[in-house]
Write a protein that binds this ligand. Sequence first.
Ligand code: CKU
Length: 518
Amino acid sequence: MELRFGAVAHRAEVYVNGEKRGFHEGGFVPFCVDVTDCVRYQEENRLVVLVNNELSDTSLPAGETEILKSGRKKAVPYFDFFNYSGIIRPVWLMSTPRHRICDYSVRHEISGKDACTWYQVEIENPEPDIRMEVRLWDEEGKLAAYSEGMEGKLVIADVHLWEVRNAYLYRLELRLFQKDQLLDEYSEEIGIRTVRIQGTEILLNEKPIYLKGFGRHEDSPVLGRGFSLGFLKRDFELMKWIGANSFRTSHYPYAEEAYQMADREGFLVIDEVAAVGFVKRAGTAMFTAAGSGKRPESFFASPTVARLKQNHLEALKEMIQRDKNHACVIAWSLFNEPESNTVQAGEYFREIFEAAKAWDVQKRPCSFAMALSSQPEDVVCHQYCDFLCMNRYYGWYVKGGSEISDAKEAFLEEMERWAALDPQRPMIFTEYGADTLSYEHKLPSVMWSQEYQIEYLKMYHEIFDRYDFVRGEQVWNFADFQTVETTGRANGNRKGIFTRDRQPKDGAFLMRRRWLES
Ligand code: CKU
């Protein structure tokens, strides 16, 4: 008997009937606590979860904890989203057999009209006379492939591939037997597709794709970061309406239901681990409290970096472990806007990238989202990236309040330097956006007005369309979201194309025209 917590931000101690039964660090992935021998059957039991969301330079996400005069603690995030805490996703009580299927992984190969799905199943308490039957059912309920054994291959003739915004899901069924007795069974819907990078193209099923979509947040009024199937469904319907085909799980792994929905709807996901705030000064004081200033010259030169790396690797492993079989997950993002131009950063990055490749049987492309401080001449970390992810704010943090043509010129100048130095990899814009208040209108446009958001977006699109190596655009952000209180934020980050309660700003209609027409 186990308790399975979808996620508890950022760390949890679990007590059952007064006894400590588990601890988990990391607020965005599930964990289980075995309660077999401490629950009282047919009686009342007391479950207590002690939750802590303090931030430090070894937590993911990173930050500080300030002690206020009142003695109360205040989170000082090195990131731009509200530091919500608590049991943010569903909790399950699971009863499982002694011999159980505890994990599986799949990897696909396509040849002509057929496909081959390599699988590997893990079970608990194996015994010699235990055997596994594996079936793959198509959407009509017909058997598409069969195999036996803990690992092997499923050969699918005339395969129906999982395509962008045109998903096809088979049902993989695993059945564990001892003689003729069924011990355990598990089934899940899986999409069959391949993904790889060749030159400046991202190939899905060997065909080039272009990402259209958003950086998102798990954030909604009233619920904060609390999971809501209703909001998730609404978000997907809006993404379909606007013609998007992808999103990045900025800045942490989302609820499992989000990936299931993305699998079903054919959305491409860049899955991001919560390695955010890894800079010696948190972006600009514009969008987050500045912190104590105690941080050393290089974030990665801190004496606590070994502990940070351990937490980072653990969080990465847990994300890959959880999400590895999803067709929708086409890439891993291993950091958001870290320091990326010091020798120490280079060393740290190498290990993180190597781990991601080693742990993912599908060997998906890996990247990290680069801040403006990552410039082609001095960034030492982008060499590890299979594709480049750019977060750019020309016309907002850079040359905001000037003429949009000035911002364009500065942006073009940077693009030319990337084109000259690194033209051989795909580039995706994982952030570009302008804060926009849904009630603000002005001509000529000013920052924060709806007119300005449109002008800003159009300028970016003109530039994207000039470069063949640009293979995707994800606007920052899908919807307005809560942040810390600061002068640069109007009750939260307002860069949403939709408001926080999911109504369109004017920019939504521009995006819809662009994405549905191309
Ligand atoms: C976004 C310097 C850019 C950092 N990027 C990260 C993201 O989390 C923020 O919300 C910028 C912004 O709107 O400032």
